[in-house]
Write a protein that binds this ligand. Structure first.
Ligand SMILES: [Zn+2]
Length: 122
């Protein structure tokens, strides 16, 4: 005969189950989707919530009409925050393409002229 778990056991199960957590609000759906895709590509399950809330902007408070990026597992929240911070603060570089000699300026790792990748210094 099985017994129903004690209340203490149910609380333990509820806490150990990952829960979604809001990461940040995005200025628009394109940016929200880009950020969620970057997180997903790095192995962090993320989704865009309120994707179409802008359609009722004016009828709801403005801060609730913007899309949001959520992580599926709240245990990944700190890692996701750090990853997005790194993506938003890429180092500004000035380098010459080894293939075509074009000057590339900015946070880019690929030549805009020929598509060659920036090579790490040996
Ligand atoms: Zn090039």
């Amino acid at each position: 005969m099985t017994r129903a778990p004690a209340a203490r056991d149910r609380r333990f199960v509820a806490r150990s189950t990952p829960t979604m957590k809001r990461l940040l609000q995005a200025p628009n759906l394109a940016i929200a989707t880009l950020w969620a895709d970057q997180l997903t590509g790095a192995g962090i399950a993320a989704s865009v919530q309120r994707a179409f809330a802008c359609g009722i902007a004016g009828q709801i408070p403005p801060d609730q009409a913007l899309p949001e990026v959520w992580v599926q597992d709240d245990g990944q929240h700190a890692r996701a925050t750090a990853l997005l911070h790194d993506l938003h603060h890429r180092p500004h570089r000035h380098w010459l393409c080894r293939c075509c000699g074009e000057a590339v300026d900015g946070p880019f790792e690929q030549c805009w002229n020929c598509g060659a990748l920036l090579q790490a210094p040996a």
